[in-house]
Write a protein of this length. Structure first.
Length: 266
């Protein structure tokens, strides 16, 4: 109700439209490493140095790659995005730059969250996610309500929330690193993660392609009304995603157990 009071339908249209690009960027640039980190963690969880080597190798490779791509897109990506985003209201130097660097920090924050989920530290994970939600909400309210910056305020709030989360929790995550780079671990992560990227791009496109299509045929205000209705209907997906995220670490853990109950095998 607060957002619908201070945001116009056009603001909602901009948010819904750019959220598609933010989600796709995060999905592609992540390379499926959050899933690979969870899977490979159970191969070496009994050895802290091996775990630290895994975390260090994946994060160094990902950091160099994502930093390079985000920098190139920020400096030279305007012609590309001008072809993809056909709207005068969406300015590259403000909206798109925020999207690019929000994706950057979101990728590494997801690595942090997925690690604690893999370690089955569910209370820590829940607290981190709740804190991120509260910080993000408060910052968005500040920029949207107090600063009256509309859709731009929403993306500013999300960006600074990701930065703060990164500054607090990623630095603690670094303490678990063992500073030895293993190309073998990176190869394993790529072999596991890249097929996941293809799957996620397809599933994400299936969910979000409607907004890209609508943006070609209707105004941003009409797209905003559609986006609002779509967000209201996402309640069920929260429950489904929560069950899936809680089950995944347990599944990988069971896969690596040497003592299996063969009575359950088909």
């Amino acid at each position: 109700p607060l957002y619908t009071h201070y945001l116009t339908p056009q603001d909602y249209g901009i948010i819904g439209y750019l959220d598609v690009y933010l989600t796709l960027m995060t999905t592609i640039l992540m390379l499926g490493f959050y899933g690979a980190q969870t899977r490979l963690y159970y191969d070496c969880k009994e050895n802290d140095n091996k775990v630290g080597e895994l975390l260090f190798s994946l994060n160094v490779f990902l950091f160099l790659l994502v930093l390079t791509i985000c920098s190139i897109l920020s400096l030279f990506g305007k012609p590309l995005f001008s072809k993809l985003i056909n709207s005068r209201e969406i300015v590259f130097s403000s909206f798109v730059i925020l999207i690019i660097w929000t994706a950057f920090f979101q990728i590494f924050n997801q690595m942090v969250v997925s690690f604690y989920m893999a370690a089955k530290e569910y209370k820590t994970t829940a607290c981190m996610q709740l804190l991120l939600f509260l910080i993000s909400t408060l910052l968005i309210i500040y920029f949207v309500v107090i600063q009256d910056q509309g859709a731009l305020g929403k993306f500013k709030g999300a960006f600074f929330a990701q930065c703060l989360f990164f500054g607090v929790f990623y630095l603690n995550y670094i303490r678990k690193f063992y500073f030895h780079f293993s190309i073998c671990q990176v190869k394993k992560a790529l072999s596991f993660g890249l097929p996941i990227v293809v799957h996620l791009i397809c599933s994400t496109s299936l969910l979000l392609i409607d907004r890209l299509i609508l943006a070609r045929f209707v105004s941003l205000s009409e797209l905003g009304i559609y986006t609002l209705g779509y967000q209201i209907g996402l309640g069920m997906s929260v429950l489904v995603a929560s069950i899936n995220k809680a089950w995944t670490p347990n599944y990988y853990d069971l896969m690596n157990q040497k003592n299996m109950d063969h009575g359950y095998q088909i």
